[in-house]
Design a protein around this ligand. Sequence first.
Ligand code: PSV
Ligand code: MN
Ligand code: MN
Length: 424
Amino acid sequence: MILDSNKIAAHNDGLYTAHKNKLVFTASEIAETEAIIKKLVDFQIAIPSWALGTGGTRFGRFPGGGEPRSLEEKIEDVGLLHALNNASGAISLHIPWDIPSDRNAIKALAAQHGLKFDAVNSNTFQDQADSQYSYKFGSLQNVNKSIRKQAVQHNIDVIQQGVELGSDSLTVWLADGSCFPGQLNFRKAYENTLESLQEIYEAMPSNWKLFLEYKCAEPNFYSTTVADWGQSYSYVKKLGDRAKTLVDLGHHLPNANIEQIVSILLMEDKLGGFHFNDSKYGDDDLTAGALKPYQLFLIFNELVEGMDARGMNHATDLGWMIDASHNVKDPMEDLLQSVEAIMIAYAQALSVDRKALEIAQNENDVVKAQEILQNAFRTDVRALVAEARLRAGAALNPVALYRQLGVRDALIGARGLKTVATGL
Ligand code: PSV
Ligand code: MN
Ligand code: MN
């Protein structure tokens, strides 16, 4: 066994004294650390099944070996992550990349690792070997009714797969759009997409949610049919209460104020969840918090404020997911880093002095308001995140333990050096 509770305990013993000293210091700087730690213990971020292998770009792919070759191995990898950090207790499947061959066995394997099935993702951005029609000119928007029907039916099949696994939400991301002016009638593309989404929405069980992801560009580079939060909002508002907008941090035009988008969507009860990642140029899918940790904190600041104002449960009322791609890092290490960055941003947002911030805002004390936020952002909360892991039986330093145990080498030993994860 690569990882077990004895190995985690031995690792934690070695780091315990230094950790406790740091925790005492952190508690001297932040009020109510106990309440924050409890929230951190409960917080879970779903791992996308497609992020466990090397992504690559259209120019090349440099796999590191030992990648999961099946859904079973993907679940095992997420199980490893969850054992290390106790914060990755769910997997988000992408269909047809992840069709379970034996559903009961897959469910049992996930349960054995303490994992739930998060939102299931449909795929109408690629043609499958057995598909009758091509999505070259779009799926739910297509001018051809038969193609739209095929895409709708695929989404219905994905819902069915999800129901059988115990998932309760569908994420729809459409590559639909156009590459050149004149290619598409925008209004008709919208109307076709809405009609198709309505059919999908109606096919969902009554406890399910539909998350509609937006993206400003790529693979279409002139227009995207669900291009921004306003367009997603316009669709989900028409669909019904259980349709919500999904915010992928890498899907905005440069300099978009994502935290403000989050605040407004929450206020409108239309925020469904997130695909966390980071980017400098576009849909870069880099490690969360690697480039813009202050932005990540400001997003969580709005989330905590808005969710508390609406009486929402932080852990369960939104879909928390990562969407990442790895070209130069070990995917598992990268995912551990992303989860850590998300937990840090969340802990910092929980530590904001909300009463003082409200007073500063009401008094138009701009300097004070900025000081309050920056103070929370600049205070080191890593000991709180580590303490949450310790209390849940996970590792004080997951990346360090992953390396100490030689997890990647063990995976290469078991699966081989030349592996290609299914999916992206
Ligand atoms: C599209 O860029 C996206 O962000 C969507 O979430 C997809 O489902 C995912 O990437 C994987 O292709
Ligand atoms: Mn995404
Ligand atoms: Mn993306």
